[in-house]
Design a protein around this ligand. Structure first.
Ligand code: RB5
Length: 140
């Protein structure tokens, strides 16, 4: 189950990601926000990190204007490895090497098509484990 969250700066891209998830029959839970009225991104970051740390969801996607506020907020939470990605290589390696459990995106930084490619690759890539597990374990 994928947890989704955004602020007003990421609302439109979240709607496109929802369409992608529905078209691909990928289960998700949308933790808001639910329109483009101004809200505070750390509130939505916390809803998504709670869903992951409580075991309701195994991965999350957080979107704000830059993706930076969401990644700073999410990475304050123990057990969360949030990766802000603006390219497909980083998206793939954030899963393969860092076992990232949250993908952060900046709606005002990257275009919709690149964002959807990033989401696609991030969701399809597994953690490689091995020496990368040792490094992630050091973080934890
Ligand atoms: C909202 O204007 C903007 O600051 C927010 O979406 C995000 O970019 C923060 O990091």
């Amino acid at each position: 189950m994928i947890a989704l969250g955004c602020d007003h700066g990421g609302y439109e891209l979240k709607q496109e990601i929802i369409k992608y998830l529905e078209e691909n029959n990928l289960p998700f839970k949308d933790f808001g926000c639910y329109d483009n009225s101004s809200v505070d991104y750390p509130i939505y970051a916390r809803k998504v990190t709670d869903a992951i740390t409580h075991g309701e969801c195994d991965k999350g996607i957080l979107i704000c204007g830059t993706g930076i506020g969401m990644s700073i907020a999410a990475n304050k939470v123990r057990g969360i490895r949030a990766a802000l990605c603006g390219d497909t290589y980083s998206a793939r390696v954030s899963r393969a090497h860092n076992n990232a459990n949250i993908l952060c995106l900046g709606e005002r930084v990257i275009g919709e098509h690149l964002a959807l490619d990033i989401v696609d690759i991030w969701l399809k890539t597994g953690f490689e484990g091995g020496r990368h597990k040792r490094r992630v374990d050091i973080i934890e």
